[in-house]
Design a protein around this ligand. Structure first.
Ligand SMILES: [Zn+2]
Length: 73
């Protein structure tokens, strides 16, 4: 009986470990690149710098949020 519990425990640990590894890979492998190497762009309205992947692109201009995109027309 103790052996069975040990096997169940091992399976649980393995599952948790795989989930943990999968999460790490998901964050590291997110496109386009590691955050440090990501291009920074500037909002045309408030001039805040933000990663290109988080910026809103409209007509070749970058904005930090949808409100600023609309305000700039
Ligand atoms: Zn802005």
């Amino acid at each position: 009986m103790a052996k069975l519990l040990l096997i169940i425990l091992a399976v649980v640990v393995l599952v948790l470990w795989f989930k943990h590894m999968g999460r790490q890979r998901g964050e590291a492998g997110r496109p386009p690149a590691p955050k440090a190497a990501e291009d920074m762009v500037r909002c045309r309205v408030c001039a805040v710098n933000l990663p290109r992947s988080e910026a809103i692109l409209s007509k070749g201009r970058f904005y930090c949020c949808d409100e600023h995109r609309r305000r700039d027309g």
